[in-house]
Design a protein around this ligand. Structure first.
Ligand code: MEV
Length: 437
């Protein structure tokens, strides 16, 4: 590894120059450059599209694109596209989807899809006059953003409300203009941020132009949407008679299984360490659908984890109820998704994913993603409280280990057969390969 140096003008280099410069940082530059170039798309036009998603692009980073079939959600069948690098997640989602498709499928409802954005500002004066004139300022904000909002309004969305919020008990002189937005099927980040910046300018102009105010009373700190969207909330559940788990796991009776499962979920409601892992399993499914459809999985996770802390401590996003002889497993989660704008229609595979799902609107996609989350959660907890996670996971991971040892196709075939009845571990695979090589 060479010593990295401060580089000026990197972004202005051609792509080939960037590749050569970066590859020159490692011991075998030709290999690195070759790996980067060999991952380019064969069609230069498509490659250009990928390059322009981001900056300083050198190559593409491949992730597996798979599907989990048999997702029945509100009576409709879906093949759910999932992009994820972790082995066993797609298999787990598929297994649960099939199991629940025979028990009524997933039920899901979106409570609302409103989003929040804020202009954060300091007001170093008496607030009563500002309060008095705020309805006028609000009206001007709505009028001045009409070039931005007109399209959204014609699609049935737009600005839902604007309020002045006082937060001086937390930071001296701190206030917000809090906007609520309906962005219909788009994620709406650019829409909301553009509106907010216009709100901030409107506020400044109003204060500057009205002589009753001293212009220096106002200091706008920042204008930005919030990724915490508690109103973008989706509830998804599966339910069946307790006896419908029958024959599901040989080691436990159905009653015992259901009791262990419910206890496993309860633990994630009270213990923060377990809750984090439990919810990670839920996001295995949600993020994989978000990625496959060109959505921002960081925003989704940020919101979901904040939502998981809404009661004052971080807890499980899912819960179990066992009443009247019924097992009901439900997920209540907040996150925002889009099916128009952003990468959703630009990335060729994201566009195809949406096609595969029948071109859903944002609310339908929220239901699909949350069903994938609940499916993964169901499979994970089911394995954890029965045979343990490693057996299934390592079976799925076997191919990765074999690839680390550069096993041939014939060796892989033999190994898969052998490890049907043996515990998969890095060492045991290594030993097995030595024995047949
Ligand atoms: C692994 O990606 C996810 C799990 O750890 C989730 C869980 O423990 O519930 C299996």
């Amino acid at each position: 590894m060479r010593d990295p140096k401060i580089i000026t003008g990197f972004s202005r280099l051609t792509k080939d120059q960037k590749v050569d410069l970066v590859a020159g940082q490692v011991e075998y530059p030709e290999n690195f450059a070759e790996v980067l170039r060999s991952s380019w798309h064969s069609d230069p036009q498509i490659q250009k599209l990928y390059d322009e998603f981001s900056e300083n692009t050198l190559s593409n980073y491949y992730f597996p694109y798979g599907v989990a079939p048999n997702f029945k959600i509100n009576g409709k069948l879906y093949m759910v596209p999932m992009v994820i690098e972790e082995s066993s997640v797609v298999a787990a989602a598929s297994g649960a989807a099939k199991f629940w498709s025979e028990r009524g499928g997933f039920h899901s409802e979106v409570i609302s899809a409103h989003k929040i954005g804020q202009v954060h500002f300091l007001w170093k004066d008496d607030v009563s006059l500002l309060r008095e004139v705020f309805p006028q300022i609000r009206q001007q904000m709505i009028e001045r953003t009409s070039p931005i909002t007109s399209n959204m309004i014609s699609r049935g969305g737009g600005i839902v409300s604007l309020e002045l919020v006082e937060m001086t008990d937390l930071i001296p002189n701190y206030y917000q203009v809090k906007g609520t937005f309906d962005t219909k099927d788009s994620m709406g980040a650019n829409f909301i941020n553009s509106c907010l910046e216009e709100f901030a300018d409107t506020l400044k102009d109003f204060i500057n132009e009205d002589e009753r105010f001293n212009a220096s009373s106002l200091e706008v700190i920042m204008s930005i949407l919030s990724n915490y969207t508690p109103e973008c909330r989706v509830k998804t559940w599966v339910e069946c008679d307790l006896s419908q788990h029958q024959g599901f796991d040989d080691s436990y009776s159905d009653e015992e299984f259901v009791r262990r499962f419910a206890t496993g979920v309860k633990i994630a409601q009270v213990d923060v360490h377990r809750a984090t892992t439990h919810n990670k399993g839920i996001f295995n499914g949600i993020d994989a659908v978000a990625l496959a459809t060109g959505n921002d999985f960081r925003a989704i996770e940020a919101c979901g984890h904040t939502w998981a802390s809404r009661n004052g401590h971080y807890q499980s996003l899912s819960e179990v109820s066992l009443e009247n002889g019924k097992f009901r497993f439900s997920l209540d989660v907040a996150f925002a998704l889009g099916t128009v704008g952003g990468l959703t229609n630009l990335h060729p595979l994201a566009k195809s994913s949406l096609d595969l799902l029948g071109n859903p609107g944002a609310e339908e996609l929220m239901m699909i993603a949350s069903a994938a989350g609940l499916a993964n959660n169901y499979s994970a907890v089911k394995s954890l409280v029965t045979k343990g996670i490693q057996k299934g996971h390592m079976k799925m991971h076997l191919l990765n280990i074999l690839n680390v040892f550069q096993a041939t196709e014939a060796e892989k075939k033999e190994a898969i057969e052998y490890f049907k009845h043996e515990k998969v571990a890095y060492n045991s695979v290594s030993k097995f390969l030595e024995s047949i090589r």
